[in-house]
Design a protein around this ligand. Structure first.
Ligand SMILES: C[S@@+](CC[C@H](N)C(=O)[O-])C[C@H]1O[C@@H](n2cnc3c(N)ncnc32)[C@H](O)[C@@H]1O
Length: 448
């Protein structure tokens, strides 16, 4: 059962890689996709098609869209009250979102049972909602509702009327959507994010008000940890968007069991590899691999390629090897094909033990000079690394996709190196830092 607008799904994606994610989505789903800052949205033909959306490698988290209210936060002083009554106002159609939620729960929710989604866990990546300043999960009902019947007489009367009216329609949502919500005793929580401008209310307050309304409307019970349904309220400027979270575990954490201080999100690694236009048979190099996130993602997403990863630090090399081992064990356990074609070595990027002109593509995440290395060291590391990468990369057809926050040192190094031609620079948000993704082509000049 779909609402008139179809089954709309929004996926949050790394900021700066939206076009790349939209391309992947239209390749897999074969239909048009819109990209906004930090997300992509598309309309599915049926709830079953969610299984295809679930395969997308560029999406961090995804949600079913319930509705979008463009001027909801105008008239700031009444926003909290209106959030309480919003579920009863007929402005939100939950049909498609709850169908998607049901389908996801019955067919795709096998990954994680630990409950709350969390985006921290030492993974370097953009904040989930671009520009979000404030995020809060609320228990919705409870104490706030007690305070509704207010101090002045008039307010007290209004409060009583409101309570009576609500009691009459309490559980209305449960009745309306009974065919979609077969099980009794559904638990939920509301998570609110805000951005765009300052608001006269906090995210916990907004989540609590909306949660109180939902608890009445659906007759759902609040449960902060591991609820059945997580309702998302995203406020941006005057706009309020409501959605239902689908995946529980953020998808950018895939592949990695052993996190390091600068572990890159798998979704960012995927976007970088896509920008390199990987071809079957390519030899792909990550010479500063840390825990191996880029090479592992590359090997899984492009199984007909071979990956070589290395790092100067023995602990990073051990971590990369351990990540590959864990993945192989996990795959064997699930009886999946156990191919992770990644070789891991310890080396210095300035002196690689590789033959000249043997690598097709270099995809790497350089030390930003913050958590890894130093800005001072980058002035000498970047030019040497670019020179050595030019040596091992094939002239004319070789490509490099390099990520750094230290644009000054990188631009200078690039200017002085005649072997690389800059094709494009994308600007990414990585762990809250503005970083440049340089897409380079190897010139035809031979290396002597
Ligand atoms: C930004 S981190 C890479 C993180 C990696 N993408 C991940 O997901 O774990 C940069 C890495 O470069 C390594 N590194 C620094 N200088 C190096 C050098 N001269 N040769 C090789 N690796 C080096 C550091 O040890 C660090 O692991």
């Amino acid at each position: 059962m779909a609402s008139p607008c179809g089954f709309q799904v929004t996926g949050t994606v790394p900021t700066g890689l939206e076009r790349c994610a939209a391309e992947e989505c239209s390749e897999i789903l074969g239909r048009s996709v819109t990209a906004q800052r930090g997300s992509i949205t598309c309309t599915l033909e049926s709830a079953e098609e969610l299984a295809k959306f679930d395969q997308l490698r560029s999406v961090d988290n995804y949600r079913a869209v319930v509705g979008s209210l463009s001027n909801f936060c105008k008239g700031e002083s009444t926003v909290l009250e209106r959030l309480k009554t919003l579920p009863f106002d007929g402005l939100l159609d939950w049909t498609a979102a709850l169908s998607l939620w049901q389908f996801h729960r019955d067919n795709l929710d096998h990954v994680d049972t630990s409950g709350c989604r969390s985006d921290q866990a030492g993974v370097n990546g953009s904040k989930e909602l671009s520009g979000d300043k404030d995020e809060s999960t609320s228990n919705g009902a409870g104490s706030d509702r007690q305070r509704e019947i207010a101090p002045s007489h008039n307010q007290a009367v209004e409060g009583v009327e409101d309570t009576v009216e609500r009691a009459a329609s309490a559980g209305q949502g449960k009745r309306l959507y009974s065919s979609l919500l077969q099980n009794e005793g559904i638990t939920f929580r509301v998570t609110c994010t805000r951005g765009g401008r300052k608001h006269g209310f906090s995210s916990p307050e907004a989540a609590r008000s909306f949660g109180a309304g939902l608890a009445d409307f659906f007759d759902w019970k609040v449960q902060l940890k591991n609820p059945d349904i997580e309702v998302l309220l995203a406020i941006s400027g005057d706009e309020a968007k409501v959605g239902v979270a689908l995946n529980r575990e953020s998808k950018f954490k895939r592949n990695i069991a052993h996190f390091g201080p600068t572990t890159l999100r798998a979704t960012i690694g995927y976007g970088m590899l896509r920008c390199a236009e990987i071809q079957p048979g390519d030899v792909v190099l990550d010479p500063l691999c840390g825990g191996g996130s880029i090479s592992i993602e590359g090997s899984l997403a492009w199984p007909e390629t071979h990956h070589i990863a290395g790092d100067i630090h023995h602990l990073a090399v051990q971590r990369a090897a351990a990540n590959i081992e864990s993945l192989l064990q996990e795959m064997n356990h699930g009886k999946e094909i156990n191919h992770v074609k990644v070789d891991v070595c310890q080396w210095d990027v300035c002196q690689l033990p590789l033959r000249t002109s043997t690598v097709d593509v270099v995809v790497t995440d350089l030390p930003f000079g913050k958590k890894s290395g130093s800005r001072l060291a980058n002035w000498s590391l970047y030019p040497k690394a670019l020179g050595e990468l030019a040596r091992v990369c094939r002239p004319q057809t070789g490509r490099a996709v390099l990520l750094t926050h230290d644009n000054k040192a990188f631009s200078r190094a690039l200017q002085r190196n005649g072997f690389w031609k800059r094709v494009k620079t994308l600007w990414l948000n990585v762990g809250g830092l503005q970083t440049a993704l340089y897409i380079l082509n190897r010139s035809s000049m031979l290396f002597h």
